[in-house]
Design a protein around this ligand. Structure first.
Ligand code: KIV
Length: 279
């Protein structure tokens, strides 16, 4: 059965940790679904790991819909959240509702995610009022990389820590049913998680959050450009893939692939007749 917002909220009440991984395509979503992961985030991190950009800024609505719909087709039971890309909600409350609606209708997801706290309270409330579940993203919000001056840990000073708590309370009050917290000191993230009733999903925010999220290429060792400090490698599939590509190349060049078992057969009589009549 498909996971629901109420089931995810209940997990926090019961003290059950929530699992989330990113995915951007049908095949990966199917594998994640099969593994019993609770939620998939079609993150705008696809700008980096799928499209090779330096950050998430160039990602478009069309990108999110295309990848999001593919993921939704693969996720039979896993709850799917699609990211709202840069400038799809910041421009106005109207744009926020309209674009969140497109992600639901065309991406077939169960919720949308947007970055921001207090400043986007009105946007979150309007989207929720349109019957669209919202996940808020607070702390280090990658779409603000140019104002932060890089991908930096947030909430370390008294003022910044206070702002994080205000942001968490604001998104809860606006109706978000979940909050992703990125790159925040672990003790502060734990405090935030205890001070709100909606589940918090940490990435670089310690074990005190109600759940965890990782970019799947980071946890599988598939993205060589940059591995963040918080991204534990659970497997080295990237290396395995490179080895397989090399083995394929060697066999093709040596003429040992394809072998008989990978070939289709034709009746020898037909072949002889072709040779005699056509060649
Ligand atoms: O875009 C993304 O993948 C994200 C996660 C890092 C939380 O927002």
């Amino acid at each position: 059965m498909k996971k629901t917002t109420t089931a995810l909220t209940a997990m926090k009440r019961k003290g059950e940790k929530i699992t989330m991984l990113t995915a951007y395509d049908y095949t990966t979503a199917s594998l994640i679904d099969k593994a019993g992961i609770d939620t998939i985030l079609v993150g705008d991190s696809l700008g980096m790991v799928m499209l090779g950009y330096d950050d998430t800024i160039p990602v478009t609505m069309e990108d999110m819909i295309r990848y999001g719909a593919a993921v939704s087709r693969g996720a039979k039971e896993t709850f799917v959240i699609i990211d709202m890309p840069f400038m799809s909600y910041q421009t106005s409350v109207y744009d926020a509702v309209k674009n969140a609606g497109r992600l639901m209708k065309e991406g077939h997801c169960q919720a949308v995610k947007l970055e921001g706290g207090v400043k986007f309270k009105e946007h979150i409330r309007a989207i929720v009022d349109a019957s669209i579940p919202v996940v808020a993203h607070i702390g280090m919000t990658p779409q603000s990389v140019n104002t932060f001056g890089g991908f930096k840990v947030q909430g370390k000073s008294y003022e910044a820590a206070k702002q994080l708590i205000l942001d968490a309370k604001a998104v809860e009050e606006a109706g978000a049913f979940m909050a992703v917290m990125e790159c925040v000191p672990a003790k502060l993230a734990e405090l935030v998680s205890k001070s709100i009733s909606i589940p918090t999903i940490g990435i670089g925010a310690g074990a005190g959050c109600d759940g965890q999220v990782l970019v799947y290429q980071d946890m599988l060792g598939m993205y060589p450009d940059f591995t963040p400090k918080f991204a534990k490698r659970f497997s080295n599939i990237g290396e395995g893939m490179t080895d397989a590509f090399k083995a394929y190349s060697s066999e093709v060049k040596a003429g040992t692939f394809p072998s008989e078992e990978h070939c289709f057969k034709i009746d020898d009589e037909i072949l002889e007749k072709i040779k005699e009549s056509v060649l």
